[in-house]
Design a protein around this ligand. Structure first.
Ligand code: ADP
Ligand code: MG
Length: 288
């Protein structure tokens, strides 16, 4: 049976906008020592902006943007939204899109006006890294999206996102709550990850696929750690479920992440993360 103090805490947390799916998660959270964070939409606002458009070969930058936005038409990824927003801003009309396929942690494939389009990172389009522009944009900490048409590299987009303002202080508070190791897990490139991790004073692992994130959670668990994972996306759901406590960015995230998680932030406020730890510690002091 769940002790009364736990039920009271769950009720109080719910009023604060923190959904806890059972008393046992308070007990687990109180002894957690590792915190793993998804990047896009979790540590960052999740509304990246397209900052650079590079056209290669005979295409113009408008054509590159048109192809990329058309190919990304059916993607729910924040980067896809950024590409479509940029196209709208530039008053670009989208072309017809068929056979859309999302490749988690990498990008998308689709047929646009009968041509085979691929939009994604270097894992999906390795030849993109040969461009001078790639090196330049990566040095600026930009997320790169390469565009391939019928097997040929035709362009490159640079994107940047901003850190959620409450994150630095919230992470400092989590450390004060006894969490020994905080790590950023991202499918984004090394430069973006290291710049962000450095800024926040945490560790990082870059170029990860969704399955790598689950594997890393398991590795920590095998070594005897109690792992909390915070994420927002469909891609994060398996890692959230695997973690000892999975926390979903409820309002700002996806329903899939919320279903898989053990706790959810029902207000778009990162301070609820350290608050969850504080509630857990307080509750366990009473229960013991
Ligand atoms: P994160 O781990 O930062 O939350 P994801 O796992 O969602 O990011 O995506 C990892 C990387 O895969 C992105 O940084 C991007 O390079 C690429 N990617 C994913 N989805 C798309 C898409 N729809 N279009 C282009 N690139 C994508
Ligand atoms: Mg995310």
């Amino acid at each position: 049976a769940t002790p009364v103090a736990m039920l009271a805490s769950i009720g109080a947390a719910a009023k604060r906008g923190l959904l806890i799916k059972g008393g046992k998660y308070l007990e687990v959270l109180a002894r957690a020592d590792v915190l793993l964070l998804d990047k896009t939409g979790t540590v960052t606002v999740g509304r990246p902006q397209i900052t650079d458009i590079v056209a290669i070969g005979s295409l113009t930058s408008s054509e590159v943007l048109q192809l990329a936005a058309s190919a990304e038409r059916y993607s729910e990824h924040p980067l896809a939204e950024a590409v479509r927003a940029k196209a709208t801003e530039e008053k670009i009309i989208l072309l017809s899109t068929e056979q859309f396929e999302a490749i988690p942690g990498q990008g998308i494939r689709a047929r646009v006006s009968g041509r085979a389009l691929v939009v994604g990172n270097a894992r999906l389009i390795p030849s993109g890294l040969d461009l001078v522009e790639s090196t330049q944009l990566e040095a600026q900490g930009k997320t790169l999206l390469f565009i391939e048409q019928d097997g040929e590299l035709v362009g490159l987009l640079g994107a940047s996102d901003t850190v959620r303002p409450e994150v630095p202080e919230a992470l400092a508070e989590v450390k004060r709550q006894g969490v020994k190791r905080i790590e950023l897990l991202t499918g984004d490139n090394e430069r973006v990850a290291s710049a962000l991790a450095h800024q926040l004073g945490i560790g990082y692992q870059a170029n990860l696929l969704p399955e790598d994130k689950i594997r890393l959670v398991k590795e920590y668990q095998t070594k005897g750690h109690t792992v909390v994972m915070v994420g927002d996306g469909v891609n994060d759901a398996p890692a959230l479920a695997q973690a000892d406590v999975g926390m979903a960015m409820g309002v700002a995230g996806t329903d899939v992440a919320m279903d898989a998680a053990h706790m959810a932030l029902m207000r778009n406020d990162w301070r609820l993360v350290p608050e969850a730890f504080a509630i857990a510690h307080r509750t366990m002091r009473v229960v013991k």
